[in-house]
Design a protein around this ligand. Structure first.
Ligand SMILES: [Mn+2]
Length: 344
């Protein structure tokens, strides 16, 4: 075994499109996360140095935990007062390929922008809208930041602390501090290069993952006692209420932390968290440790995501939805167990 080297992503077509554009707008899916935000801010800081007109317009507000990236200095919010959308040569949408997750911004951009491309690492949904022609979708990338890294290299942009901070945020967030690296050396090697430009990497880890307030711990203590286990401890189900989260000063984003926390239970193969946003309206988050895929379950409720981390917005009575989801998970687990027990 020799020295590990990056397995480069071929982003030449994106690099050409960026080079030939004079004005560029960057955005990501609504309720942004550290991946989309970090990936686009890295490119934003890089493009600023090239003299191109570049602008970030987010669909909605940036969660508190990302405020260390100083979004107020660099980012406009479509839902809030913002300067008008002018004709723009190129729009790049990070960390999704589903225009519905970018609306109403996506529809507002269409009349003004010649080229709208997705830059993403999620599988394209079977039943979802087609990504726009020319979009770059690479599911081998562990984060969208990894794609941004290769774009910046392709543009020969020299890295600085701001770019490194944004890219490092993206990689740490989506790999959950290198837990999910898609069996590639890229996340670690890119992170190692970024560390050369970072003085406070551990501070970034804390911003992303040590976000518990005392209020939130009180809430966790309450809801962790309510987890239901099914299938001999292989499946966990938890119901949250958006209102309780607001009462405990939490971001809606915090429901993701909760499911990631639950996934540390050793017997678990999969978990589902239902966040009740209004009566009979749920945000479902699904996770799997990898034996079964959960994307298909999310898709059956018109949601999306990754093979092992997916979600959907669902309307209906909780008891009905919960039974359906539990059955779908158990069915998948039992059929994979069956396959491994059979002679082939
Ligand atoms: Mn991502």
């Amino acid at each position: 075994m020799g020295t590990p080297s990056l397995s480069a992503l071929n982003v030449d077509s994106l690099v050409r499109r960026i080079k030939s554009a004079e004005s560029i707008l960057l955005t990501t899916h609504k309720q942004c996360d550290g991946d989309g935000l970090g990936a686009l801010l890295a490119l934003y800081h890089g493009l600023k140095k090239t003299g191109k007109k570049v602008r970030v317009l987010m669909v909605d507000a940036v969660p508190k935990k990302y405020h260390f990236l100083q979004p107020e200095k660099h980012v406009e919010i479509f839902e809030a007062p913002h300067s008008p959308i002018l004709p723009t040569d190129l729009v790049l949408i990070f960390d999704t390929n589903d225009r519905r997750l970018v609306d109403p911004l996506f529809s507002a951009l269409q009349p003004h922008c010649r080229d709208i491309l997705f830059v993403d690492h999620h599988p394209v949904l079977n039943q979802g809208p087609e990504p726009t022609a020319g979009s770059y979708i690479e599911t081998r990338a562990a984060s969208t930041g990894e794609i941004s890294y290769f774009i910046l290299k392709g543009l020969s942009i020299r890295f600085d602390e701001k770019i490194a901070q944004a890219l490092y945020t993206s990689i740490c967030f989506d790999t959950q501090l290198f837990k999910f690296v898609k069996n590639s050396v890229n996340s670690h090697l890119i992170a190692a290069e970024l560390l050369l430009h970072l003085n406070h990497a551990e501070e970034i880890h804390r911003h992303l993952f040590s976000t518990h307030t005392i209020d939130k711990v009180g809430y966790l203590a309450k809801v962790l006692g309510q987890i239901e286990f099914h299938g001999n401890g292989r499946v966990a189900i938890l119901k949250l209420h958006a209102k309780d989260m607001v009462d405990h000063n939490m971001d809606m984003d915090d429901s993701r932390d909760l499911i990631d926390m639950i996934m540390n239970v050793n017997s678990l193969q999969a978990a589902a968290v239902f966040r009740e946003d209004a009566k009979n309206e749920y945000k479902l988050s699904l996770r799997s440790k990898g034996r079964i895929e959960v994307l298909g379950i999310a898709e059956s409720f018109h949601g999306g995501g990754h093979m092992f981390a997916a979600g959907a917005y669902i309307r209906g009575a909780y008891a009905d939805i919960k039974i359906k989801v539990v059955q779908m998970i158990l069915h998948r687990l039992d059929s994979t167990d069956g396959i491994s027990g059979q002679k082939r």
